[in-house]
Design a protein. Structure first.
Length: 64
């Protein structure tokens, strides 16, 4: 009986460690997703600004 309880306790400890690792991984993923979102917004703004700067070129091309 005591041996079975020790095995259960060891399994619970292993599960707690796995959960801790998953939480750390989730935190890293969330940080990377936040960084990616920020970078995408920045790049979109940059591209949008460049398109605005060159709008007249597109107008001339469409007028042909």
């Amino acid at each position: 009986m005591e041996e079975a309880l020790k095995q259960i306790l060891n399994e619970i400890k292993g599960i707690k460690k796995d959960i801790s690792n998953l939480k750390e991984g989730q935190d890293r993923i969330e940080t990377k997703v936040d960084s990616l979102s920020s970078e995408l917004r920045s790049n979109f703004k940059y591209i949008n600004d460049k398109l605005d700067e060159h709008y007249h070129v597109f107008e001339l091309y469409l007028m042909r």
